[in-house]
Design a protein around this ligand. Structure first.
Ligand code: UD1
Length: 379
């Protein structure tokens, strides 16, 4: 008997995480797998630059369903996703709800499914920053509290889950699907047109990304932060693909330093090219710290905490905190070539999507996706 898996995606960082899982399921289907899937886009991100471009470049099939919820407050967006996804499940229920990452769509769909007694699998489960002021941390805590099956990116994440009482049989250490996508596409990356147009020399620029509310929502704070980046970069160009949320605040700041090159959010292949060929990256994203680590590019994170400690302990990432004063001294170290080299974390080998598909197939064929079994298997 076949099993229907809902694959949930809503916001930009979800798309590179689902692509390898879908590819692995497609390959298995071609060989008679019992697993079927339905791709559900919540519509949390809707601009082509935040969504459609990624589907095209990564060869992700068109979503089977788009819930089209759009932007809103956290509560408003969560509620809209829950209502729309519940309606879908009541029309045609699935056997498993598979969510990835830590965005609002991840949390909203996992709660909705579990309330209808549909088991939940969380790809990237067990991550914790410990910072409850970040919406993503609340999303992680809530999602993991209603998750049946956890796919983890590190041993540390598994340990966190075990300490919170999750049974060993529900945790699968599989690696990182975002890195599957990175490794599968490295040969396809290409420079954005503005690199040549603006005469930016290969390997002689920095990349900056900022979108966390703590860094960007207050214009005076963002202005200071951008000023410090410009000051510390010793006149080198700083390529800054601007998230829509950050763009709104930049417009209130007025004139920005000359060597900041503001661009639209970049498609995947162009963005990875920019990171791969940069002197270093300054960011407040989590996923970029993982990608920079695998490519061996120096990375500084403008946050006080990380839910991805391996990028700091093993990789090229360093936590600078949110005090702009710390940026220039760190850039000095980076530009003098004395940044740490870093290594690639365990199991970040490009085969995670296949490991997840194989595990799902095992669960389905051994009847463990059946709801009673899942409930009685809990501790
Ligand atoms: C979301 C995720 C964050 C992730 C980020 C990547 C949550 C809580 N946050 O943050 O974890 O790192 O995506 O981008 O889920 N907007 C547009 N077009 C779009 C989408 C958003 O213009 O396609 C604007 C809207 O003004 C919106 C704002 O950006 O209100 C913020 O979007 P939202 O999805 O709420 O959060 P992000 O900051 O993108």
């Amino acid at each position: 008997m076949s099993a229907l898996v809902d694959i949930i995606a809503g916001a930009r960082p979800n798309f590179m995480k689902i692509a390898p899982i879908i590819r692995a399921l497609q390959e298995r289907k071609a060989h008679g797998s019992v697993l079927d899937w339905r791709l559900v886009h919540t519509g949390q991100h809707y601009d082509p630059r935040m969504s459609g471009d990624f589907f095209k470049q990564l060869g992700i099939p068109e979503p089977d369903v788009n819930l089209e919820v759009g932007s809103g407050s956290h509560a408003g967006q969560t509620a809209a996703i829950m209502v729309a996804y519940e309606k879908l499940l009541l029309e045609r229920e699935s056997d498993l709800c598979l969510v990835v990452g830590d965005v609002t769509s991840t949390m909203a769909c996992s709660i909705t499914a579990q309330k209808l007694h549909i088991p939940v699998a969380h790809v990237e489960g067990g991550l914790r920053s410990g910072d409850w002021t970040m919406p993503e941390e609340i999303n992680r805590l809530v999602t993991d509290s209603v998750t049946d099956w956890f796919f983890t990116t590190s041993r540390n994440a598994g340990e966190i889950l075990r300490c919170s009482g999750v049974g060993e049989e529900r945790i699968f250490f599989v690696g990182n699907t975002m890195i599957d996508t990175l490794l599968a596409n490295l040969e396809r990356i290409r420079p954005p047109a503005f690199v040549e147009e603006q005469g930016i020399d290969n390997g002689e620029y920095l990349v900056l990304t900022l979108h966390r509310p703590a860094n960007v929502d207050e214009p005076a704070n963002l202005a200071r932060l951008l000023g410090e980046v410009a000051r510390g970069s010793e006149g080198k160009p700083v390529v800054f693909p601007v998230h829509p949320r950050t763009r709104q605040v930049c417009e209130q700041i007025g004139e920005l330093p000359d060597n900041l090159i503001l661009e639209e959010p970049q498609p995947y292949l162009e963005f990875i090219w920019l990171v791969r060929n940069a002197l270093g990256v300054i960011t407040d994203s989590g996923g970029i710290t993982e990608e920079a680590t695998v490519m061996g590019i120096p990375c500084m994170t403008l946050r006080n905490t990380t839910e991805r400690p391996e990028t700091v302990e093993i990789g090229t990432n360093e936590l600078l905190g949110t005090d702009p004063e710390r940026i220039a001294p760190a850039l000095k170290r980076l530009l003098s070539g004395s940044w740490k080299k870093g290594e690639i974390p365990e199991m970040w080998d490009g085969k995670t999507g296949e490991r997840i598909a194989a595990t799902l197939e095992d669960l389905a064929s051994s009847g463990r996706l059946s709801r009673n079994e899942v409930r009685s298997g809990r501790n």
